[in-house]
Design a protein around this ligand. Structure first.
Ligand code: ADP
Length: 259
């Protein structure tokens, strides 16, 4: 049989990023970056082609969380090529473009320009691009949301009142940017004592679920405050890449978002 020459000669059409999922929070330190990393790794484990953009320009942590510190992305056709990680999640972060510990003191337009460069990298293979947003509700977030139109946003909050109030504000920001909120994740919900295994609630319990109801959005689940999550994050070996109940919690989160 003769090969169809016209089909063979046609250049392969690059797959485009189908979905950007923005991960945001009302305030810093609630575990937004940790959830973004583990969500991306869990999605990759479930067979999705995933990329991760660290849009947290002033406090980039994805290079460390994915164990890619010290790697420098190359540019191809004036676009950055994402850095490969061992977890099947390529990543781009300002941490790959600056020296370790270097303070990034840019005004809004420069920071927006940097976020644009990261998002306009060679993501053609990614089916889902998880974007770790800066905390809060500033201009950079709004510009980014309006310019790149994520398919949806996930809000990370602790069960604490203050974090929840801020989370509600973050939800309003997404609404303003025309981005649907997929739901709320309650992080640091229940402390598991590493010695006796007893669970206590240093930041309260159930608040994020109630807030999700108020915001008329889905409650996507609970991730406990577990010292192993912190340790594994610092070591660049994401919890979601391992086994056990916390890895399963992130896998469940990935299913609730991508199914
Ligand atoms: P954010 O991106 O909201 O600023 P991070 O993801 O950087 O927050 O998390 C802040 C700190 O809390 C980090 O040291 C991280 O390892 C830790 N952390 C986040 N989530 C958990 C968790 N569920 N259990 C234990 N430590 C956590």
């Amino acid at each position: 049989m003769m090969a169809d020459k016209s089909a063979a000669a046609a250049p392969e059409k690059p797959a485009v990023v189908q979905k950007i999922i923005a991960v945001g929070s009302g305030k810093g330190g609630v575990g937004k970056s940790t959830v973004a990393t583990n969500l991306a790794v869990a999605l990759a484990r479930s067979g999705r082609k995933v990329g991760l953009v660290d849009a947290d320009i002033y406090g980039p942590s994805q290079a460390r969380l994915l164990g890619t510190e010290g790697q420098k992305p190359v540019a191809h056709d004036n676009r950055l090529v994402p850095v490969a990680s061992q977890w099947g999640v390529p990543v781009l972060s300002m941490a790959h473009l600056s020296d370790p510990g270097q303070a990034i003191a840019w005004r809004g337009p420069m920071a927006s320009g940097a976020v644009t460069q990261l998002l306009e990298g060679h993501w053609d293979d990614a089916e889902i691009l998880v974007v770790d947003l800066p905390p809060g509700t500033g201009d950079i977030q709004l510009t980014m949301l309006q310019k790149f139109k994520p398919a949806g946003a996930v809000i990370v909050s602790t069960p604490q009142d203050l974090a929840l109030m801020d989370a509600t504000r973050a939800a309003e920001l997404f609404a303003k940017g025309g981005v649907p909120v997929i739901g709320v994740v309650e992080n640091m919900a229940g402390y598991i004592c590493p010695h006796c295994g007893e669970v206590s609630d240093p930041f309260g319990a159930g608040g994020a679920e109630a807030a999700a109801r108020t915001m008329d959005t889905a409650f996507l689940g609970r991730i406990p405050l577990d010292i192993a999550i912190r340790r594994e994050g610092d070591a660049g070996t994401p919890t979601a890449a391992g086994e056990g109940p916390q890895a399963e919690a992130f896998a469940a989160l990935a299913r609730s978002i991508a199914d």
